[in-house]
Design a protein around this ligand. Structure first.
Ligand code: NAP
Length: 265
């Protein structure tokens, strides 16, 4: 089994990476950052987003393991105090995994050229200056004309990130669906959108045709600024992301720990 370590650039993560490397070598595990079977991220959920982007072309062949340098997160099951336990789990790995849905974003340009992107958390279309105007189609039928700051389309595992800040629902990652949420829509007697987040099942498309210029397309930690984009299509991706499941952390417990815990204490 070949293992890669992908860390964020803070001193603590670098130090943990060194200790982890030493332990892996001591236990005869192979470190291979080019063609790994397992990618261990050291940092936070944001670091896992970075690793996802880095290894996206090999996503079918990889399982991720998230090691958090702070609190446990949504993609991170291990703490830096648990390096030995983690290495023992890797040594006794039997291919156990959990799989989450991904977002497929197809960007269509004025030339009809199409490019596909995969997102682990979400994609968003935002207008930094002025108002985004966009026609939104569900399937091939016009559903609404949106006016406002933007819209986001999230995966279930990304539903606890930007989507949640937009008033979206938290979706269990076993659901194969995507969720569109509005970012500060204008709703008055003249302009009208649904005003609620929408959950769309696998097999259905959300199509967004921007009518204004100067919009920005974001997906996870990346962005595209290109006035020649004519259309964006979103659907549950055919590909999925895999995590090595050495321990079971209940999704609702993660949600509780991340958002409610402080109130308990
Ligand atoms: P980042 O540092 O990668 O992420 C920003 C924060 O979101 C971090 O605290 C990160 O946790 C947390 N996070 C990431 N994925 C999450 C998930 N699935 N559930 C709950 N929290 C999650 O920042 P960035 O470089 O700008 O990355 C872009 C991400 O930021 C996007 O995917 C988007 O979801 C999020 N974002 C959120 C808002 C908002 O909430 N208003 C606005 C824009 C973007 P860690 O501390 O563990 O890394």
């Amino acid at each position: 089994m070949r293992i890669a370590i992908y860390n964020n650039d803070i001193d603590n993560s670098n130090a943990i990476k060194q200790s982890l490397c030493a332990l892996l070598v001591e236990n005869n595990l192979i470190i291979d950052n080019e063609k790994p079977d397992i990618v261990i991220t050291v940092g936070g959920d944001g670091t896992l987003l970075g690793a996802f982007k880095h290894y996206v072309d090999r996503i079918d062949d990889i399982r991720f393991v998230g090691l958090h340098t702070g609190h446990l997160g949504f993609y991170t099951d291990w703490l830096s105090s648990e390096l030995v336990e983690l290495v023992m789990s890797l040594k006794h790995d039997n291919g156990q995994r959990v799989t989450y849905p991904l977002l497929d974003m197809t960007v269509i340009y004025n030339t009809n050229e199409a490019k596909h992107f995969l997102a682990l958390n979400e994609a968003a279309i935002k207008q930094p200056m002025g108002t985004l105007v966009a026609d939104i189609f569900l399937g091939d039928k016009l559903f609404e004309r949106f006016r406002g700051d933007g819209i986001a389309v999230a995966t279930p595992s990304g539903s606890t990130a930007y989507n949640k800040a937009n008033g979206g629902a938290v979706l269990h990652p076993k659901l194969s669906a995507i969720q569109m949420s509005e970012i500060a829509s204008i709703n008055n007697r003249v302009f009208r959108t649904l005003g609620s987040p929408l959950v769309v099942p696998e097999g259905q498309k959300i199509i967004v045709k921007p009518k204004s210029d100067n919009f920005l397309v974001m997906y996870d930690q990346s962005d595209i600024k290109d006035a020649s984009i004519s259309e964006l299509r979103f659907q549950v991706a055919k590909k999925q992301v895999h995590f090595a499941a050495y321990r079971h952390v209940d999704f609702w417990q993660r949600v509780h720990r991340a958002f409610i815990n402080d109130i308990d204490n």
